[in-house]
Unconditional design. Structure first.
Length: 61
């Protein structure tokens, strides 16, 4: 256990630190990911050749 009598300067420094730590910070919103940067195409099922295959090859088919 630490005991003592802090000086006025030490109390002022502690007050500043506690006030700075308790200040609310604004939340940053996540940056939206554009369609071209999306990783969804990496995990999609492989394309199958056949009728309508050209249409299924589109990005949002």
């Amino acid at each position: 256990m630490v005991r003592g009598e802090p000086t006025a300067e030490e109390l002022a420094a502690l007050t500043v630190v506690v006030a700075a730590m308790s200040r609310r910070r604004p939340r940053r919103r996540p940056t939206p990911v554009g369609a071209w940067a999306s990783r969804g195409d990496v995990v999609r099922t492989p394309l199958q050749p056949g009728p309508g295959g050209w249409r299924a090859a589109g990005r949002f088919a």
